[in-house]
Design a protein around this ligand. Structure first.
Ligand code: SAH
Length: 690
């Protein structure tokens, strides 16, 4: 799978010398990128990379392809790149991400469109692939902060109007920025560095203790009109929490539906960026105007049967509608159901679990002003500058159909629209969901981080960690991978005992739409988190596809330990965990007997803990029944970590040494020997080989 290819569907790499061509080839293969080069470089191609020749000058060629790619990687001097791209640059919202790699492959520079275009993220990923140093000069990155203009991206939020440059500048200077978040995930708030400049929530009237904010970030579903000359620059993000219920006559045009929605949104100061999706009755699933509108706007179209819609209590039921389609309400009932079920409908089979989570969300994560919104009505977006006065109930300016936020979650009652010259008629209502629809398919990246040192981790695993929105793992392993983590990433450390909780949490976040890295030490598929996550997915009716799963192997403790003592695993071997927490001891004992008898080299994982001390004694006694007392044994503790300890001994003396949960034990077979402190198992048995 091409991990970041999905984020950068069109990547071009540009080489002008054979050395650059060689350097860029593997990257292009991994990312599915097109490698552009002059004819003179063709001979340097030695793999099945997607390579293209340009015959024009590079300057002209760039002008031709500039708009076709979402990211361009140059292997060229950065000065040359600056001159080449300068006539083409528009602004950071339209330009592709531009990344520069030096020919020696030592540095990767994020040159342009670091946030919006994703050049920073790409730089981190390429640096991992090339084992190079990433160079990111964006101010927020260096402060350890998520970019203001990308912080909602993982949650599928849409960027609204505002003075993004000024607010970003204020954040970069570390000046106080007020954040008013009415809806949407708050995960991004929980993982900020200590001295972040954000001030959350509503200030008390007359409160002088917190510094006067120099900028404001709104995270809401309302469309705020900011005065352009205001002293307080503002921006707005829109989490996708609004579900639009639509009922319509057969043949209603796309234009009519679009105009109706636009009018409802304008009249009620709702942000179109906050639209999660369109909901209707199932007999309208093929209604051309609706389908086309959704396709054009890239919105999901959800449908519910009349029986379900008729169970929903609505403010304006209609007998006529009931007689026609079997439910007294389509638009209002569909909007309400969409807001309640929208995300879940996309995740069939997980309904019950979601309900529990939703309740928990309200108890633990609901916006602090959620209660205020419920009781006091929606804030008046027009009075945005006069912030404290908004705390008074003020819904006067909103249209008479505006419901405020009530328990039934309907925001705008149904309204009927017709349009001169356009066929049909549509009723439109809007409801608010408690959790945003991200519109993203989450991924679970199950990662083995190797024994400890970063250099023992595969580049693929490092890349995946850099790429993830969320990293979950036992705190010790998270500390070990700290240098790989990026600002804005959500990092959740959980105690070692809570593996199941870690798996559940990872699945929950992936179902929400995030890319979640779950890290295990060693290999994640060897007594690691990969099995727990996959088991848990299977238990919840996973279809094998969504969320997507990719497993990244790592160097397991037995390989690391073996490497440090020589070549003890040279012939047939197996691993046995002595932990009987999840496996009955009888099973473990049976296997110990079998492998001891069959003369496998054996790696004992989880040999002994403070509470479990007897298992190792029993295991050694079993081996002594079948193997010589002088059978070589390696006791390896914290391999490739600080405080690594290596002891070579024999089976009969094994129990004399201190052994704990950070230790793995290798027991040789009948041919294994120790030679000048190296433990060696012959590759073949001489009697067979000769
Ligand atoms: N997934 C891990 C194993 C986890 S089970 C892997 O593939 O290595 C935990 C056990 O692994 C520990 O009790 C210990 O026996 C072994 N182990 C893990 N890391 C180790 C290390 N760095 N040094 C020695 N043993 C280790």
């Amino acid at each position: 799978m091409n991990l970041i290819g999905q984020e950068f569907p069109q990547i071009a790499a540009i080489a002008t010398t054979p050395a650059a061509t060689k350097l860029l080839q593997p990257i292009c293969q991994t990312l599915g990128a097109t490698l552009w080069m002059p004819e003179s470089c063709q001979q340097a191609i030695n793999s099945t990379v997607n390579a293209e020749i340009y015959t024009d000058s590079l300057k002209n060629h760039l002008a031709n392809i500039w708009q076709n790619y979402s990211a361009i990687v140059f292997c060229l001097a950065s000065g040359a790149v600056v001159r080449l791209i300068s006539p083409l640059l528009q602004d950071k919202y339209h330009d592709p991400a531009v990344v520069v790699v030096d020919e020696a492959g030592k540095f990767v520079i994020s040159l342009c469109s670091g946030h919006q275009g994703g050049a920073d993220k790409m730089t981190n990923v390429l640096a991992r692939l090339l084992n190079a140093t990433p160079i990111i000069t964006g101010a927020s990155h260096n402060l350890g902060l998520p970019g203001i203009d990308i912080l909602g991206k993982p949650f599928g939020w849409r960027r609204g109007k505002g003075d993004w440059n000024r607010v970003s500048g204020i954040v970069a200077r570390g000046e106080a920025v007020q954040v008013i978040q009415e809806v949407g995930s708050r995960l991004w708030q929980e993982h900020l560095p200590q001295n972040h400049p954000f001030d959350f929530g509503f200030p008390e009237i007359g409160d002088r203790s917190s510094p006067t904010p120099k900028a404001r970030i709104w995270i809401s579903f309302t469309q705020r009109q900011f005065a352009p000359d205001s002293d307080l620059p503002k921006v707005q993000w829109h989490p996708r929490v609004l579900w639009i219920g639509v009922g319509c006559e057969r043949g209603t045009s796309k234009k009519l539906i679009a105009t109706g929605i636009q009018q409802v949104f304008q009249a009620n100061h709702l942000a179109e960026g906050a639209i999660a999706g369109i909901v209707t009755i199932d007999i309208k699933a093929d209604e051309i105007g609706l389908v086309e509108f959704c396709q054009e706007q890239n919105l999901p179209l959800l449908t519910f049967p009349a029986e379900l819609l008729s169970c929903v209590e609505v403010p304006t039921p209609s007998n006529v509608v009931a007689q026609e389609v079997g439910t007294p309400s389509v638009a209002e009932a569909a909007a309400i159901l969409g807001a309640k079920e929208g995300r879940r409908k996309k995740e069939e089979g997980r309904r019950k679990k979601e309900e529990g989570r939703r309740k928990k969300w309200i108890e633990t994560q609901a916006p602090t002003n959620y209660k205020y919104c419920v009781e006091g009505g929606i804030l008046n977006p027009k009075e945005e500058d006069n912030f404290n006065s908004e705390l008074k109930e003020n819904t006067d300016n909103l249209s008479s159909n505006f419901q405020g936020i009530n328990e039934g979650n309907l925001l705008v009652r149904k309204q009927i629209f017709r349009l001169e010259g356009e066929p049909g008629a549509a009723t439109i209502a809007v409801a608010l969901a408690q959790k945003e629809y991200t519109g993203r398919t989450g991924k679970l990246l199950l990662i083995g981080t190797g024994p400890g040192k970063l250099e023992q981790m595969t580049p693929a695993a490092q890349t995946a960690i850099s790429y993830a929105d969320v990293v979950i793992g036992y705190s010790l392993y998270i500390d070990l991978i700290q240098p790989l983590l990026n600002p804005g990433q959500i990092v959740e450390k959980l105690p070692i005992t809570q593996e199941k909780e870690r798996a559940e949490r990872a699945i929950e976040l992936a179902n929400f739409g995030l890319n979640v890295a779950v890290v295990s030490s060693g290999d994640c598929g060897i007594y690691g988190m990969a099995g727990l996550v996959l088991e848990q997915l299977r238990a919840t009716g996973w279809d094998g596809k969504i969320p997507m799963v990719e497993v990244f192997p790592g160097v397991s403790a037995l390989q690391s330990a073996a490497a440090r003592v020589g070549a003890p695993l040279m012939h047939d071997f197996c691993a046995i965990s002595l932990s009987d927490l999840l496996t009955p001891w009888e099973v473990i004992e049976k296997r110990l007997n079998a492998v001891a008898m069959a003369d496998f080299v054996v790696a004992l994982y989880n040999p002994k803990s403070q509470k479990r001390t007897e298992q190792l004694v029993k295991a050694v006694n079993i081996f002594l029944e079948y193997r010589k007392p002088e059978t070589p044994v390696a006791i390896v503790r914290s391999v490739y970590r600080e405080n690594e300890e290596i002891t070579l001994t024999s089976l009969d003396k094994l129990l004399e040494f201190s052994i704990d949960m950070l230790t793995v034990i290798l027991i040789g077979n009948e041919s294994t020997g120790i030679y000048n402190n190296w433990m060696i198992t012959p590759r073949g048995y001489s009697t067979i080989n000769n």
